[in-house]
Design a protein around this ligand. Structure first.
Ligand SMILES: *[C@@H]1O[C@H](CO)[C@@H](O)[C@H](O)[C@H]1NC(C)=O
Ligand SMILES: *[C@@H]1O[C@H](CO)[C@@H](O)[C@H](O)[C@H]1NC(C)=O
Ligand SMILES: *[C@@H]1O[C@H](CO)[C@@H](O)[C@H](O)[C@H]1NC(C)=O
Ligand SMILES: *[C@@H]1O[C@H](CO)[C@@H](O)[C@H](O)[C@H]1NC(C)=O
Ligand SMILES: *[C@@H]1O[C@H](CO)[C@@H](O)[C@H](O)[C@H]1NC(C)=O
Ligand SMILES: *[C@@H]1O[C@H](CO)[C@@H](O)[C@H](O)[C@H]1NC(C)=O
Ligand SMILES: *[C@@H]1O[C@H](CO)[C@@H](O)[C@H](O)[C@H]1NC(C)=O
Ligand SMILES: *[C@@H]1O[C@H](CO)[C@@H](O)[C@H](O)[C@H]1NC(C)=O
Ligand SMILES: *[C@@H]1O[C@H](CO)[C@@H](O)[C@H](O)[C@H]1NC(C)=O
Length: 825
C-alpha cells in the first residue's frame, strides 16, 4: 500500500544504538551516517538512509517502531549524498548542517533558521516526528529556532500546521517525490493560497489540478468526505496571524499520515497493526469532477450526470459546438447580461462546492441577510454564500467576476446564491414548475434562522420577549392560567382517514385544487357530513418525521381563536402528510381590498371589523395563547375571510411543519414579505412581537387605502405608502388616504384613528411601537394617541432599495389560501 514510501535501509543499525539512542544532538554535536537519534517514546528516528533501489543517501525522519521505517521527512532531498561520509551537525551559528566529503568541508544542506540563538543550541526529535532546533534550556515551542514541521516534504503529520503564517509569510506546502525511489522535488505541490478566502491548491508544475475549496466550518467545501471520525480530530485555524489546517490522533496507537504521492493524489493512510500495513483511508480527489475548472466558468460538474458538465441556471455554453464535443473549458455565459438594475436577485443552489475564492471578499461576522444586501448593492458582486455553515450559518463570502470550479454534490454540499438579471429570474420562476429544480429563487431575505416555531416559542418564553404587560387585564391573566393548566392534558389529535380525504377531494382532482401553497398544493374537499374542508397536502420534499409532524400538529391544534384559521386535523398515510383546515369560501383579504370590483363589498364597518379581528387574533398569538407565537408573515394574503367576512389569520405556525428543509431544495420558505417586514427584521433579521406589530400597521394602512404598500407610487414624491400616510397625517390631511369606495360608508374619525394607530405601529424603532394589547385598546377606545415618529422604510431610497431586491416576492401573491412562501413550483 505504502510502498512508495517504504524504505529499506542500508543501515540496519545495531540494536545497541537503537536502544540507547538519545533524542537530542547536543551543542556542537553531530551524528554520522549509521548513527541515529530516537524520540523519547521511540516513535520517530532521525538518521541517514537510502531509499529502495537507490544508493543515494539522505538524512530523514521515519517511524521507528512501525512500518519498517516509512520516511516522513527528508533534509537533503534535492542534494543526496553519494557515500556514507555525511555528518549532521550543529554548526557554530546554531544551525543544523549536513556536511560531506573527505574532510567534511562540503555543506550539502543547512537548516533555514534565520534566528541565531544567543545561547547554545540543540536539535531534538520529538515524538510527534518534529525535528526541532532550540536553545539548550528552553523547550517551549515558541522558542524553536527551526522545526522540520515548517518545511514538510510529501507528508503531513498529526500536530503539523498545514498552512501559512501570515506574519512571517512562511507557507508550508506539501511536495511530492519525483518517483517512489527518488525523494527529490516532484511535479506536484499542494499549498495554501491565502488570497480571498484561503483554500488549498494542488498543482502540477504550477498548473492547478485540484482545489480544496474554502473551509466552511465543518470541512473544506470541496472535500465532502472529510468527516468527524474515530481516528483523528481536525481543525482549521483562521486568524489574522495564521491560517492552517491541522489534526491530532484520537488514539496514538493508530498512526495516520497524509501524503501527496508521486502521481499527485492526496491520500490519507492509517496504520493497521494486525496487518502491519498502511491502509488507504481517504483520498482528497474523488473523481473527474475534482479536476479544477473542468466545466469552465459558470459551469458546474455533477458526477452523476452524463456528461458531467452543465451550465448554471440562467447560463448557456459559450461555444455550444465545443461544449457538445465535451470541451467544456470555455464554460458558460449569461443568457441575459447583468445590468445592475432593479430587480436583480439571486438564485440559490444547494449542495454545491463553492467556486474558487481567490477573487473573493469575506466578513466572518456578517449574517446571510446582510451578506445579500451588501452583495446586491455592489454591481461587481456575482454571488454570495455563508462562510461558515456549521450551526445556523454565519459569515459572508462575496464573489466577483466569473464563478469557477463549481460542482454539485449529492450530499454534503452547501448553498450558494448566484446573481441573475431580473428578466432571468422571471423566466426561471415561471418555468420552474415543470422541472424539479434543485434551485430556489431567493428574494431579498432568506430566513436562515428559520427555526421551528416551537423552538422559537421556547426561546421567546425564556427571553420573555413578549411584552404587553401594561394593559394586562386581570381576566386575561386568568384565562391564561386556565389555558396553561390545560396544557398538560394530552390533546386528542384528530386523525383523518386517508380514504376519507381522497373521497372528499375527489382523489385530489384538479378541479378541487384551490392553489399551490408554500409546502404543497391545497385542495378543497367535502366530507360525507357535508362539511367543507381545505386540505393542505405537504409535498414529499417537505415531509418530516412522523413524530415531528405529530408534535407540530399538536402545537397548531392548540391554537384556538375565532380569528385564526382552525386546524381540524391531519392525515398521515405512509409518505403522505396532510393538514385539514376549515374551508374559507371567501379566500383572502387581498382578493378584496386590491380588486377594483370586489373592494366595493367591503364598506367601512366591514373593514373595521376585519381590522379589529386581525388585531385580536394577533393579540392571541402574541400574548394569550399558551404557545405565544410571532407570526412573522402577516399580510393581506394571509388573512382569510369566512362566509361572514370574519378575518382569520392563516399560516401561523406553519413554519415549524416545514422547518429544517431549506437545504433540501424545492420548497423555499421566506418568512416575511417585503412591504410588510419591519426594518430591523428585514435588515438585521431581528424579530419580535414588534415586527408583527409593524406588519399589522402596514396591513391597516392597506385596508384603509386600498393600496399595496409595495406597489404604491405617488406623482409628487417617492415615498411609499407608509411615508405618504405619515406625511398626510403631519399635514392633517389623513382623509386623503381613505379609499374612495369607503369614504361614503365611513365614520371619518374612526378611520382617522385607525390610520393614526397604524402609523404608531410602523414607527422605525420597535420600542416606539405599541404592543398588540395596546393596539386593541387604542382601536376600541378614545384614549389619546401620541404622535407617531417617522415610519420605518420611509424614504424613497430605502423604498427603491427594497423594491429592487424584492421583485421576486410577487410570485407568491394571490395564491389565495396559503402563501407564506415563495416556493419552487
Ligand atoms: C561550541 O562551539 C563554540 C564555537 O565553536 C564554542 O564557543 C563553544 O564553547 C562550544 N560549546 C561546547 C559546549 O563545546
Ligand atoms: C513497538 O511496537 C510494538 C508492537 O508493534 C509494541 O509492542 C512496542 O511496545 C512498541 N515499542 C515502542 C517503544 O513503542
Ligand atoms: C519489514 O522488514 C522485515 C525485515 O526486513 C521484513 O521481514 C518484513 O516483511 C517487513 N515488513 C513489511 C510490512 O514490509
Ligand atoms: C553526487 O554525485 C553526483 C553525480 O555523480 C554529483 O552531481 C553530486 O554533486 C554528488 N553529491 C555530493 C554531495 O557530492
Ligand atoms: C575538502 O577537503 C579535502 C581534503 O580534506 C580537499 O581535498 C578539498 O579540496 C576540500 N574541498 C573544499 C571545497 O574545501
Ligand atoms: C530559506 O530561506 C530563504 C530566505 O529566507 C529562502 O529563499 C529559501 O527558499 C529557504 N530555503 C528553504 C529550504 O526553505
Ligand atoms: C491537538 O493537540 C494540541 C495539543 O494538545 C491542541 O493544542 C490542539 O488544539 C489539538 N488539535 C486538534 C485538532 O484537536
Ligand atoms: C463585518 O461585518 C460586521 C457586521 O456587518 C461589521 O460590523 C464589521 O465591521 C465587518 N468587518 C469587516 C472587516 O468588514
Ligand atoms: C467594479 O469593477 C470595476 C472594474 O473592475 C471597478 O472599476 C469598480 O470600482 C468596481 N466597483 C465596485 C463597487 O467595486
Amino acid at each position: 500500500m505504502a510502498s512508495t514510501n517504504l524504505v529499506f535501509f542500508s543501515i540496519f543499525c545495531s540494536l545497541s544504538v537503537a536502544l540507547s539512542a538519545p533524542d537530542t544532538i547536543q551543542e556542537n554535536g553531530s551524528i554520522r551516517d549509521g548513527e541515529t537519534i530516537v524520540s523519547s517514546e521511540g516513535k520517530f528516528e532521525v538518521g541517514f538512509f537510502a531509499p529502495a533501489n537507490s544508493n543515494r543517501r539522505y538524512v530523514g525522519i521515519w517511524y521507528k517502531n512501525i512500518s519498517n521505517g516509512t520516511v516522513v521527512w527528508i533534509a537533503n532531498r534535492d542534494a543526496p549524498l553519494n557515500d556514507t561520509s555525511g555528518v549532521l551537525q550543529i554548526d557554530g551559528q546554531g544551525k543544523l548542517s549536513l556536511f560531506s566529503g573527505e574532510g567534511q568541508n562540503q555543506t550539502v544542506w543547512t537548516s533555514n533558521s534565520s534566528i541565531t540563538a544567543a545561547s547554545s543550541v540543540v536539535a531534538q526529535i520529538l515524538d510527534s516526528g518534529n525535528l526541532v532546533l532550540r536553545p539548550k534550556d528552553d523547550t517551549d515551542p515558541g522558542s524553536y529556532l527551526w522545526q522540520s514541521f515548517d518545511y514538510p516534504g510529501d507528508t503531513f503529520l498529526p500536530g503539523m500546521k498545514y498552512g501559512i503564517n501570515l506574519v512571517t509569510g512562511l507557507n508550508r506546502p506539501l511536495t511530492s517525490w519525483r518517483t517512489p525511489d527518488d525523494p527529490s522535488m516532484g511535479h506536484y505541490k499542494n499549498e495554501m493560497d491565502p488570497n480571498g478566502v484561503p483554500q488549498f491548491f494542488l498543482t502540477r508544475d504550477s498548473v492547478i489540478q485540484f482545489r480544496s475549496g474554502p473551509w466552511n466550518g465543518l470541512r473544506f467545501s470541496g472535500m465532502p468526505n472529510l468527516k468527524p471520525n474515530p481516528i483523528y480530530t481536525f481543525q482549521f485555524v483562521f486568524s489574522s496571524e495564521e491560517v492552517y489546517y491541522t489534526y491530532n490522533l484520537t488514539d496514538s496507537s493508530v498512526p495516520t499520515r497524509m501524503v501527496l504521492n508521486t502521481n499527485g493524489v492526496l491520500q490519507r493512510f492509517t496504520w493497521i497493526e494486525h496487518t502491519q500495513g498502511w491502509n488507504l483511508y481517504l483520498t482528497a480527489q474523488m473523481d473527474n469532477c475534482d479536476r479544477y475548472a473542468l466545466c469552465g466558468p459558470h459551469g458546474s460538474c455533477d458526477i452523476n450526470n452524463s456528461p458531467a458538465c452543465g451550465c448554471l441556471k440562467g447560463f448557456e455554453p459559450k461555444y455550444p459546438q465545443y461544449w457538445q464535443m465535451s470541451d467544456w473549458s470555455d464554460g458558460c455565459v449569461r443568457k441575459r447580461p447583468l445590468s445592475c438594475q432593479e430587480g436583480e436577485g439571486f438564485l440559490m443552489y444547494s449542495g454545491m462546492k463553492l467556486p474558487d475564492t481567490r477573487q473573493s471578499w469575506y466578513n466572518k461576522t456578517m449574517n446571510l441577510e446582510e451578506c445579500q444586501r451588501v452583495c446586491l448593492k455592489n454591481c461587481n458582486c456575482t454571488a454570495f454564500a455563508n462562510m461558515d455553515i456549521s450551526g445556523e450559518g454565519s459569515g459572508c463570502i462575496h464573489w466577483f467576476g466569473d464563478l469557477i470550479d463549481l460542482r454539485d454534490y449529492t450530499e454534503n454540499g452547501q448553498d450558494i446564491y448566484v446573481r441573475l438579471a431580473a428578466a432571468e429570474l422571471d423566466a426561471l420562476s415561471s418555468s420552474r414548475g415543470r422541472k424539479k429544480a434543485r434551485t430556489i429563487i431567493i428574494p431579498v431575505v432568506t430566513i436562515t434562522f428559520m427555526l421551528g416555531l416551537c423552538v422559537i416559542m421556547l426561546i421567546l418564553k425564556k427571553r420573555k420577549l413578549i411584552a404587553g404587560e401594561e394593559i394586562n387585564i386581570r381576566t386575561r391573566r386568568q384565562e391564561q392560567i386556565r389555558a396553561e393548566e390545560n396544557e398538560n392534558n394530552d390533546l386528542e389529535l384528530p386523525l383523518f382517514d386517508f380514504t376519507t380525504i381522497t373521497t372528499a377531494t375527489k382523489n385530489f382532482s384538479l378541479e378541487n385544487k384551490l392553489g399551490q401553497g408554500g409546502f404543497g398544493p391545497v385542495y378543497k374537499g367535502t366530507l360525507e357530513d357535508g362539511q367543507v374542508i381545505a386540505v393542505k397536502r405537504l409535498s414529499k420534499s417537505s415531509r418530516q418525521g412522523l413524530d415531528e409532524f405529530k408534535n407540530e400538529v399538536l402545537c397548531i391544534s392548540k391554537l384556538q381563536h375565532r380569528n385564526l384559521v382552525k386546524l381540524l386535523g391531519c392525515c398521515i398515510q405512509e409518505e403522505e402528510r396532510m393538514l385539514i383546515y376549515e374551508y374559507m369560501p371567501n379566500k383572502s383579504l387581498d382578493s378584496f381590498i386590491f380588486d377594483p370590483t370586489r373592494k366595493l363589498i367591503l364598506d367601512w364597518p366591514r373593514r373595521a371589523h376585519i381590522i379589529n379581528g386581525i388585531a385580536r387574533g394577533l393579540l392571541y398569538l402574541h400574548q394569550d395563547s399558551r404557545l405565544r407565537i410571532i407570526h412573522r408573515d402577516l399580510k393581506a394574503s394571509n388573512i382569510l375571510l369566512d362566509k361572514k367576512m370574519n378575518p382569520k389569520i392563516s399560516d401561523f405556525g406553519m413554519a415549524r411543519s416545514f422547518g429544517g428543509e431549506e437545504s433540501e431544495g424545492n420548497t423555499n420558505r421566506v418568512v416575511g414579505t417585503y412591504g410588510y417586514m419591519s426594518p430591523e427584521y428585514a435588515i438585521d433579521g431581528l424579530f419580535s412581537v414588534k415586527s408583527d406589530v409593524f406588519s399589522f400597521g402596514v396591513l391597516v394602512l392597506e385596508i384603509v387605502s386600498g393600496k399595496r404598500n409595495r406597489k404604491f407610487s405617488h406623482p409628487d414624491h417617492k415615498l411609499n405608502l407608509l411615508g405618504h400616510a405619515w406625511r398626510l397625517l403631519k399635514d392633517n390631511k389623513s382623509d386623503e388616504l381613505i379609499e374612495a369606495s369607503v369614504r361614503d360608508s365611513c365614520n371619518i374619525p374612526e378611520v382617522l384613528r385607525s390610520i393614526h394607530v397604524a402609523l404608531l405601529c410602523v414607527q422605525q424603532s420597535p420600542d416606539d411601537r405599541p404592543n398588540m394589547a395596546t393596539v386593541v385598546l387604542m382601536l376600541s377606545s378614545e384614549i389619546p394617541l401620541p404622535l407617531p415618529k417617522e415610519p420605518g422604510f420611509f424614504s424613497g431610497r430605502d423604498l427603491s432599495d427594497m423594491e429592487s431586491s424584492s421583485m421576486k416576492l410577487d410570485i407568491s401573491a394571490g395564491n389565495g389560501i396559503t402563501d407564506t412562501l415563495i416556493e419552487g413550483r
